[in-house]
Design a protein around this ligand. Structure first.
Ligand SMILES: NC(=O)c1ccc[n+]([C@@H]2O[C@H](COP(=O)([O-])OP(=O)(O)OC[C@H]3O[C@@H](n4cnc5c(N)ncnc54)[C@H](O)[C@@H]3O)[C@@H](O)[C@H]2O)c1
Length: 427
């Protein structure tokens, strides 16, 4: 472990590999690079300090480099103990002078310590992923709240927590819900989580998806993307939901829909993407087939009740990297045999694979960069509540992405515009 006053990473000697991979990712991030070019010229973030809490991946590195190009002083911490790419962290420290506090496999205590070290830098902007930094600030550092210009939140679960803060009247600065931008959740959660979740399952197990009953718990944006891609690989996809509209959507999309109680006994592979707690619970582990594979791609590691599984098992052992076999105690379960848990129940796409492909993070992180600039530009003028990035900026990101793909689209003619804006012309 390399440790000094302003970073804490696994090994600085990994920086060369990190540099190569960050450069590779940048090729798929043209929108962010365009923003970086402008930031470098205009320096819109100069003189400010921020904490960025994110999965420390090649894509996040490109965002951090962009923010630094805009002039901000940034401390980067991991948003998940298993998602840090140590070579990337090393490169950011060595080649870009960014303070990184993140190591793959760090303990919860270390994670909390890193949140506090980052908050010690007295940030004015918090870029959060799951709202842990904001929650720590509100609970433990009331004196620092007045310094905060605003926060940006990356994921669905973080926004759920921000809404709870708003309801309790404790959110006293503006919060940009980056996840709610169309150019974020429609692409990142759907196609990014969809592809990379399957990538994580395959890397951890090398199993064939074709012909397997693959149960997806939650048919939100992440669930939709995972279902779409799993079907493409020949899996028989089963959806469980609590929302009738989403359940109906899944059925009309051609997937089987059933309760978790029913699905538990028929699934070969299970993926949770709900943002909810214990959606796979003791009673489900009791009836799962011998050898059933279970993983999570929702934000926190509480979607699977692993305490119950541990309690009903005689032993737990590693069978491959990121795959642990729990041998169930026949006296405590209805079905005998083992259950394989991937990535300790943490985001499987980041634990066993590399997270979202760079091309979708290009748009998510363009939103983060523009949201940071928007908060600074409009400091003191925004309401102290959750808000989305203005629609024009969301649209601008889509336009830049299309341009980078060489795709042109049509424009409304004046005749069309006039028609769309009038009510007098009918049958
Ligand atoms: N793996 C990743 O890289 C990644 C990326 C983006 C978002 N996320 C996380 O994934 C989770 C889902 O995000 P989303 O954008 O799809 O959210 P979403 O709100 O669009 O969808 C969640 C769905 O889960 C359903 N649900 C809730 N409880 C359930 C239960 N007990 N059984 C079945 N269904 C249930 C909800 O009805 C909803 O349809 C969140 O925690 C989010 O933060 C992960």
């Amino acid at each position: 472990m390399t440790q000094t006053m302003n970073y804490e990473i696994k090994d600085i000697n990994l920086a060369d590999l990190g540099k190569q991979r960050i450069t590779w990712a940048a090729k798929e991030m043209p929108v962010l690079l365009k923003i970086r070019e402008r930031f470098a010229k205009e320096q819109p973030l100069k003189g400010f300090r921020m904490v960025a809490c994110a999965h420390v991946t090649t894509e996040t590195a490109n965002l951090a480099i962009t923010l630094k190009a805009g002039g901000i002083d940034c401390a980067l911490i991991a948003s998940n103990p298993l998602s840090t790419q140590d070579d990337v962290a090393a490169c950011l420290v060595r080649d870009y002078g960014i303070s990184v506090y993140a190591m793959k496999g760090e303990s919860t205590d270390t994670y909390i310590r890193h949140v506090n070290i980052a908050l010690d830098t007295k940030p004015q902007i918090i870029m959060d992923d799951g709202s842990d930094v904001v929650a720590t600030l509100l609970k433990e550092r009331p004196n620092q709240i007045k310094d905060i210009i605003g926060t940006t939140e990356e994921t669905t679960t973080g926004i759920v927590r921000l809404k709870a803060m708003e309801k309790d009247g404790v959110l006293t600065f503006p919060a940009i819900a980056v996840n709610d931008s169309q150019t974020k959740h429609l692409f990142d959660n759907r196609y990014g989580t969809g592809q990379s979740t399957l990538d994580g399952i395959i890397r951890a197990t090398n199993i064939l998806l074709a012909g397997k009953n693959l149960v997806i718990v939650g048919y939100g944006w992440c669930g939709k993307g995972t279902a779409l891609r799993a079907r493409g690989m020949g899996a028989d996809v089963i959806i469980t939901e609590v929302d009738p509209v989403r359940a109906l959507e899944a059925r009309l999309e051609g997937f089987r829909v059933m309760t978790m109680d029913e699905a538990a006994a028929v699934g070969d592979i299970f993926v949770t993407v709900t943002g909810n707690r214990h959606v796979i619970d003791r009673k489900h582990f009791e009836v799962m087939k011998d050898g059933a594979i279970v993983c999570n791609s929702g934000h926190f590691d509480l979607e699977l009740n692993l305490e119950a599984l541990t309690e009903m098992s005689n032993s737990k052992s590693s069978v491959r990297p990121f795959a642990e076999e729990y041998k169930r105690n026949p006296q405590k379960t209805k079905v005998q045999g083992s259950i394989i848990v991937l990535g300790e129940g943490r985001l499987i796409n980041l634990a066993a694979a590399e997270g979202h492909p760079s091309a979708v993070m290009d748009m998510s992180f363009a939103n983060q960069a523009l949201a940071t600039e928007y908060l600074i530009k409009n400091r003191g003028k925004l309401a102290n509540k959750i808000q989305t990035l203005p629609a024009e900026l969301d649209k601008e990101i889509a336009e830049l992405k299309l341009q980078s793909m060489g795709i042109k689209i049509d424009e409304l003619t004046s005749e069309m515009l006039e028609y769309m804006n009038s009510w007098t012309v009918g049958t």
